[in-house]
Design a protein around this ligand. Structure first.
Ligand SMILES: Cc1cc2nc3c(=O)[nH]c(=O)nc-3n(C[C@H](O)[C@H](O)[C@H](O)COP(=O)(O)OP(=O)(O)OC[C@H]3O[C@@H](n4cnc5c(N)ncnc54)[C@H](O)[C@@H]3O)c2cc1C
Length: 364
């Protein structure tokens, strides 16, 4: 298979890049190791009720005012946003399990959520691309420099595929590239060091979701915001879908990724009990619970990402930027200097890649 631009990774950055290349009539192939597009954007349907809006954002939930690219892209695609529910009081639990339900404070007021979940965005972008340009369940294993361009080896369930391309764009988290992809010749040592030193944003996290008949906490004057020093969830928010009668909460797990206490079964059980403890007896029996542990997912996280970190200052190291002259480009959100780590950063990074490729038009 032969193309002009090979894009590794069909998360938001890779998809935004691909849709712009399509508009510019530039041939490309987009490949992803997973059997779905979206990468860290992952919206699951609850199995409880296939007729109703019971979607769960198990990756990102929010965008924020002041993020121009994602706002423009959602508008162009006709996707609605709504405000994070934040009316009412916050519940606080201390280390000993003492609970306060009188805190007039909202941790996420003003944040915006996407109607039908963020997965709608990546699905709609993928739907704009010709089927033959997307290779899902294709893992990039090796990139070989040729006299002109690159040869890329991909592993898929039925064997191997080799793609010849003039240029390669990696819309894959830097650490995942360094850990899992071979380069012939090897990348310069400084590049490997810089890739390995860049933490993948949120990769060490796990998200728990619980669906209820109704948002019972709202009746009690609670917003669904919760902070706990006891755990296993450390931070809880209302996750009810827009226009749904069902209620939902999600929480970030506060147990480190390499701890034995972060076992799936135990977490599902303990997190359910915690929500009952903090928000009241009506939450004892959720209709559905889901857990996504990103630290276990090697298409996102490496062992170095086990620790949860505060938001690093991201941007493209000069060693990595210099490879653009040789036709190797890097475009995951971690490469964005202004909004690195965020959804907006994925669009910012793909926009930079388009400039490096000399392609007119932006992802939005
Ligand atoms: C739990 C969680 C909560 C978050 N919350 C927010 C939030 O509220 N707001 C916000 O703005 N951001 C949030 N983020 C961050 C946000 O998800 C990312 O900024 C964004 O999705 C990154 O997009 P990307 O395209 O750069 O990378 P990714 O989405 O990681 O895409 C990379 C792609 O590369 C693929 N890949 C990996 N290895 C290979 C290989 N060898 N071969 C082929 N393909 C490969 C992966 O499968 C993936 O599809 C959150 C992330 C997580 C995990």
């Amino acid at each position: 298979m032969q193309t002009d631009i090979f894009i590794a990774g069909a998360g938001l950055s890779g998809l935004a890049l691909a849709t712009t290349l399509k508009q510019a009539n530039t041939p490309f192939v987009l490949a992803d190791i997973r059997d779905r597009v979206g990468g860290r954007i992952l919206t699951l349907d609850s199995s409880h009720d296939s007729q109703a809006a019971t979607v769960a954002d198990m990756g990102p939930s929010w965008i924020w005012p002041g993020q121009p690219r994602i706002a423009a892209l959602l508008e162009r695609l006709g996707i609605e946003v709504f405000e994070q529910y934040s009316n009412g009081l916050l519940v606080y639990e201390d280390e000993s399990g003492q609970i306060r339900r009188d805190l007039d404070y909202s941790t996420m007021a003003g944040s915006l959520r996407v109607k039908d979940g963020l997965g709608r965005l990546t699905r709609d972008l993928a739907a704009q691309l010709p089927d033959e340009s997307i290779q899902l369940s294709h893992r990039v294993i090796c990139v070989r420099q040729q006299q002109h361009g690159y040869e890329i080896d991909l592993q898929h369930p039925d064997g191997k595929l080799t793609v010849q391309a003039n240029k390669v764009v990696f819309a894959i988290p830097p650490r995942v590239i360094a850990a899992h992809i071979d380069f012939v010749p090897a990348l310069p040592e400084q590049v490997m060091q810089d890739l390995t030193a860049t933490p993948t944003w949120m990769a060490g996290h796990a998200k728990f979701f619980a669906l209820y008949e109704r948002p019972f906490w709202r009746d009690a004057g609670l917003s669904g915001d919760g902070i706990s020093r006891r755990g296993p969830l450390m931070e809880i928010h209302d996750a009810s879908a827009a226009g749904s009668d069902y209620g939902a909460l999600f929480g970030f797990v506060g147990i480190p990724a390499n701890s034995p206490a972060r076992s799936r079964r135990r977490l599902l059980d303990d997190a359910t009990k915690q929500l009952e403890r903090m928000f009241g007896p009506a939450l004892a029996d959720p209709l559905d619970v889901m857990l996504k542990d990103w630290a276990e997912d090697s298409a996102t996280a490496t062992a170095a990402d086990n620790a949860t970190i505060s938001h690093p200052h991201y941007g493209m190291p000069s060693s990595i930027a210099a490879l653009a002259d040789q036709g190797l480009l890097f475009a995951s959100t971690e490469m964005a200097s202004q909004f690195g780590g965020f959804i907006e950063g994925a669009l910012e990074a793909s926009e930079t890649a388009l400039q490096q490729l000399n392609i007119k038009g932006v992802s939005s």
